[in-house]
Design a protein around this ligand. Structure first.
Ligand code: 13P
Length: 341
């Protein structure tokens, strides 16, 4: 199969109405942070057991089309010895891999970040492909302050995302392009909207310069929200309207799917906001869906608490959130559904 055909098969499987992506790609420090409140030590075996719990949850393939994994997980197996990526593939879920190596300060640009990991990326992708991965994820992070992100921060991050996406497509991996404007701070919804627009515009210029085929990427952006410390909350309808306005200005119709990150919203908020977009704007050119980490996993971790006897209820908690987000992708969610099992 040609690389183009390979990318097309993958994107078609990833982008399906009523389905989204599970982000289960926490790095070692991040998963340790998620395990700490439930008193689970981040050992290799505990991480394996937890990811196996997620990937074997009955019924999730109805609502989850792809899972983003961390490098370690690609080599781990379920209790019966099946490699975890193979287990997903057998269920019709596309295995993916986080390929960036995390962020650090952007030199000489106070308050801006940059993400590392381009060196040797093509070779790593070849290895990941032999382990079953077919799409990749790379996250750039933008913190809002009075002076950030700066214009050099915005252009340097766009360049990284575009170079990553180009390497991925050359190697037959669908790139998830993830620019995350953080929810931290006391900025207004308007400020988030201006920053998100500037960030996304620059990214699409860079993707164009680097010959990235837009039909074969997934955009994973933040929703447009007021900062966590801002004095005024916004309704799901306001968030939906502000987010769609920015996306319309920035994202070409060639992009098949926009899968939001949850970025610190509660599970219920992230479902309600996604639903508000699909309910009020049902005719956008892109599928509007989810690629949630915390918003899908928080209730699962709470139910599991590291105990084998809790696996079944933890899996039910994942199925419930996956289902409600699948319903929100169709714009048919109602908060009363939270009360059902
Ligand atoms: P959250 O949904 O928890 O923001 O995680 C998504 C993700 O993949 C961040 O890179």
């Amino acid at each position: 199969m040609s690389i183009t055909d390979e990318l097309q098969v993958t994107i078609k499987q990833m982008v399906q109405p009523g389905k989204g992506i599970l982000a289960a790609d926490e790095s070692q420090p991040t998963i340790a942070k998620r395990f700490a409140p439930i008193n689970v030590e981040s050992t290799e075996e505990n991480r394996r057991a937890y990811r196996a719990l997620l990937f074997t949850a009955p019924g999730i393939e109805e609502y989850i089309s792809g899972v983003i994994e961390f490098e370690e997980t690609l080599a781990q197996t379920a209790d019966d010895g099946t490699p975890l990526p193979e287990l997903l593939a057998r269920r019709g879920i596309v295995p993916g891999i986080k390929v960036d190596k995390g962020k650090g300060p952007l030199a000489l640009s106070s308050g801006d970040f940059i993400t590392f990991g381009l060196d040797g990326l093509a070779e790593r992708l070849q290895r990941y492909k032999s382990q079953g991965a077919r799409f990749a994820k790379w996250r750039e992070v933008y913190e809002i302050s009075d002076h950030n992100p700066s214009s050099v921060g915005i252009s340097a991050n766009a360049e990284m995302l575009a170079r990553y996406a180009a390497v991925c497509q050359e190697q037959g991996f669908v790139p998830i392009v993830e620019p995350e404007v953080l929810i931290d701070g006391d900025h207004s919804l308007l400020r988030c909207s201006e920053v998100t627009e500037a960030v996304q515009k620059e990214i699409f210029h860079a993707l164009h310069r680097h010959h990235v085929v837009l039909e074969q990427i997934v955009l994973k952006p933040n929703m447009v929200l007021p900062g966590k410390e801002h004095s005024k909350r916004a309704s799901a309808e306001e968030i939906a309207e502000a987010t769609i306005r920015v996306l319309r200005r920035c994202v070409p119709a060639a992009v098949p799917s926009i899968n939001f990150l949850s970025g610190g919203m509660t599970p219920e908020e992230s479902t309600a906001n996604l639903n508000a977009m699909n309910a009020a704007f049902p005719h956008e050119p892109w599928l509007l869906s989810f690629s949630y980490g915390r918003a899908l996993q928080q209730p699962v971790l709470q139910a599991w608490r590291g105990k084998a006897e809790n696996i079944a209820i933890a899996q039910q908690a994942l199925l419930k959130r996956a289902r409600l987000n699948g319903v929100a992708q169709r714009g048919e969610y109602d908060s009363r559904m939270e009360l059902e099992d």
